[in-house]
Each structure stands twice: as structure tokens, then as C-alpha cells.
Design a protein. Structure first.
Length: 450
């Protein structure tokens, strides 16, 4: 006969086993979910190339310094992905922010350290900088951190974001400090935390330029008559041009800072300084441009090729993208490595049409949940995404559709991949996407910008 004490012990043991099983089951499910999420983000590329990356040791690499500009509010959101992707390719680089610190083994320079004390100590723009100097990134409020990587700032920036207010002050001090730290490079290439740089294509483009010329090249922008290179798209500066603008900054620092104080765009301030120092702007669009692959306009709004075939992005080689989420960066970086294993990375151009065909099109699978493909023609509210798809199919020119959380159906003629969007469902009419790609006019002799 079993005693009460033995019975209680067996019950307790059974309960313990049950609890352990439940914990094991929950842990297993979580691990599988985490594994699936990691698969969706793409595995680290070293798994495919454990000993050698195709992007390393490209001709000209040692003559190029990459300068990455970021901010304390976005390190974890936008910058961190570069540690396992882009920065593994660049043999020489500097990282600038609004706080000097060591982050995951990388030293980050405070771009604002040499701004005149009058602005550091009294300007409202520097309120965040003063807090960071006093307490580091722990002084940041969660609301000040860069948001979801799939919610992008518009082209005008975030005027109410304290990190963005500081950003306009970084450009010229960053140029000055870069030349002081690394004066002997032929080329200086400046990018942001949400920029992406195709390293092999950059080296091809630089090989067509004369590093002894005064070169300041990028994607063309205008503000109040000032012509300048858009900072987020990335820009290229030759060593002589760096020296010229730094000399100008040394002489005119006070008036440049006064101009910066009253302006809102640091890349425009920098462009004015280049112009005033006698360095003319070179338009490198569409090789250097400000869209991410899912937003690039490969055709007109009616789906046909643009009227001036000499200006369409489709046939030109590509170097940079902007407004990239960490997932996009991981995916596009892996794509570039794979592309380099199949092509001559020193001579073969990667054109926008190749990115569309081999990177964008394979992702246009229907339907995609939590995805917003930027369909722009409202068709009305429907009961389901299937009804929205049917509406698109009924229109011969429609190539894609989206269904938002409120039931609004939208369609689009010129195809876009888009980006992640919570609650959206998106789809493409896949045979029409193929017809669009095959129907584009043949490319001619389009090459690098001159």
C-alpha cells in the first residue's frame, strides 16, 4: 500500500515533469520561430563564403576611404547591420556620429567636437549633444530613437527629431576631421547609416575618373538656388577637392557656422562651401540616387519606358541606394556578393535593370502579408484581398495591387516592390510583371556618368 507521503511525492514528481515538458515545448517553439525569422532576414554571408568574400581586394580599394555618418539615436536601428555586411568589404573607413564611443568593436568619432563652443553650449540644436556628452546613449529617451526600420523618414527629414537637428552640423566638421585623420587617399566616399553602397560598382566608376581633378559628385539637389549632392544618396570627393573645401572652411568657419545655424540641410551647407571654394558639382545620377530598390521608378506611371531613353534609370549602372532598412541591406549585400561570384566584378556593370530582374522580381510573389507594394490607384473598399486581385486582373494595364487594413484596394501600372507594411496585403500579376520586364526597350551604350 502506498503511503500518503509517497503519493504526494509521486504527484509532485509528475507535476514537475509536466512543467518541464511545457517549458521545453515553449522553448522549442520559440527557437523554431526565431530560426524562421532569421531565415527570413537572410543568413550571415560568411556561411556561404567562410574564408573569402568576393568584395575584398578589388582593384582601387586601398585608394578609397569610406566615411559613414550616423547618430547615437540610430546606431542599433540603422548602423548595426553594416558591421556584418558593408564594413566587411571596405578596407578603410571612418565612422562619425554625435557621440564619441566604441560600439561593438568599432571606434566612432564625434563629428561635432570641433564646432565652435558658442553653438555647442547655447544652441537649441545641441541640446541632445550636451545630454549625450553628459550621460552617453543611456541619456536618450526611447521616443528619440530611430523608429521601426521599415518606417522611413521622408526626403525632407524629421524636423522634430533631435538627432536630425544635430545632423546638419556634422558635414563640414566631418570633412575637416576626415582629411586631418586620413589625408592620403585618392577618393573619399560619404554615406549614411541607411545608405547602401555597391562596392564593386563604385570601384568601376572611380576607375573612370581622374583623382587629381577637383571632383565633388553625387545625386543632384537644389535648395534656394544652391546646387549640392544629396547626403543620403552618398557622394564622392577627390583628395584635391577635399583639401580645397577644408582650406575654405578654415578661413570662413565663423560665417559657415552662422549659415548652418539658420539652415536645415547640412548637405546643402556643404554644397555651398564646395561652390564657394571653387569646386563644381558633378551629377552622378542615376548611378548615385536616393531610392531603395523597391521604390526605384523603372518606367513611367503608365508603365511604358520614359520618353527620353537617354535618361531612364533602367539601363544605367547603379552604385547607391537610400532609405534602406536593415533587412534590405542584408539582402542586397548578399545579392551583390553572389553577383560577384558569377561576373567579372572589375568590368561587368550591375545595371538597374539587373537589380530589377534578379533581385526585385523574385520577391514579387503573391500574396505577401504585412507588405505594402506602393500601389497608388484607389479602387474602393472590398471584402477581401482576392476581390482586390480580381479587380486588378480585370484591368489590362494593372500589374499589382494592395489591400490595406481598412479594406481599401489599390492598384498600380508601373511595378514597384515596396516595403514592409503592417496589416497590408500585396500582390502582383506575375505574368504581367514578366511581360513588363521583357518589353522594356533594349539598352544601348549607357555607361557611367561623366
Amino acid at each position: 500500500m502506498i503511503s500518503n507521503k509517497q503519493s504526494h511525492s509521486r504527484v509532485a514528481f509528475a507535476i514537475a515533469l509536466t512543467v518541464l515538458y511545457i517549458l521545453w515545448a515553449v522553448y522549442s517553439i520559440e527557437c523554431r520561430a526565431e530560426s524562421q525569422e532569421s531565415d527570413n532576414l537572410g543568413q550571415p554571408y560568411e556561411a556561404a563564403f567562410p574564408e573569402h568574400l568576393p568584395c575584398r581586394e578589388l582593384p582601387g580599394s586601398d585608394e578609397t576611404l569610406i566615411v559613414l555618418r550616423t547618430g547615437a539615436t540610430e546606431l542599433d536601428d540603422r548602423f548595426a547591420v553594416h558591421l556584418s555586411t558593408s564594413l566587411r568589404c571596405f578596407p578603410n573607413y571612418l565612422i562619425f556620429s554625435d557621440l564619441e564611443e566604441d560600439y561593438r568593436g568599432e571606434h566612432i568619432i564625434d563629428a561635432l567636437a570641433d564646432v565652435s563652443p558658442i553653438y555647442q553650449q547655447t544652441s537649441a540644436d545641441f541640446e541632445l549633444w550636451r545630454r549625450l556628452r553628459a550621460g552617453g546613449r543611456s541619456a536618450l529617451d526611447p521616443s528619440e530613437l530611430a523608429g521601426s526600420p521599415d518606417r522611413f523618414a521622408n526626403m525632407g527629414g524629421k524636423a522634430d527629431n533631435p538627432g536630425w537637428k544635430l545632423d546638419k552640423w556634422k558635414f563640414l566638421p566631418m570633412i575637416n576631421r576626415t582629411l586631418r585623420e586620413r589625408p592620403d587617399f585618392k577618393w573619399y566616399v560619404f554615406i549614411e547609416g541607411d545608405s547602401f553602397l555597391l562596392w564593386s560598382q563604385l570601384q568601376q566608376y572611380l576607375a573612370t575618373l581622374d583623382p587629381t581633378d577637383l571632383i565633388y559628385a553625387g545625386s543632384q539637389m537644389f535648395i534656394s538656388g544652391v546646387l549640392f549632392a544629396h547626403g543620403g544618396s552618398g557622394f564622392i570627393v577627390s583628395q584635391p577637392a577635399m583639401q580645397r573645401v577644408v582650406d575654405h572652411y578654415f578661413v570662413h568657419k565663423a560665417e559657415i557656422e552662422e549659415f548652418t545655424d539658420g539652415h536645415w540641410a547640412g548637405d546643402c551647407v556643404l554644397g555651398k562651401a564646395f561652390t564657394d571654394s571653387g569646386v563644381l558639382f558633378t551629377n552622378a545620377w542615376p548611378a548615385i540616387q536616393g531610392d531603395y530598390p523597391g521604390l526605384v521608378p523603372y518606367a513611367r506611371a503608365d508603365g511604358r519606358s520614359v520618353p527620353d531613353e537617354s535618361l531612364r534609370e533602367w539601363c544605367y549602372p547603379t552604385i547607391t541606394y537610400h532609405h534602406m532598412s536593415p533587412v534590405m541591406t542584408q539582402q542586397l549585400w548578399s545579392f551583390e556578393q553572389e553577383w560577384m561570384t558569377k561576373h567579372n566584378a572589375t568590368t561587368d556593370m550591375l545595371r538597374h535593370k539587373d537589380v530589377f530582374t534578379d533581385f526585385v522580381m523574385p520577391q514579387m510573389v503573391s500574396p505577401r502579408n504585412d507588405w505594402e507594394n506602393l500601389s497608388d490607384q484607389e479602387e474602393g473598399t472590398f471584402a477581401s484581398v482576392d476581390e482586390c486581385r480580381t479587380r486588378c486582373i480585370a484591368q489590362p494595364d494593372c500589374r499589382q495591387y494592395s489591400f490595406d487594413p481598412d479594406g481599401m484596394c489599390r492598384t498600380r501600372v508601373d511595378p514597384r516592390l515596396g516595403k514592409a507594411g503592417r496589416g497590408f496585403q500585396s500582390g502582383w500579376i506575375e505574368d504581367r510583371i514578366v511581360d513588363f520586364q521583357r518589353g522594356m526597350a533594349p539598352c544601348g551604350s549607357e555607361s557611367w556618368p561623366v
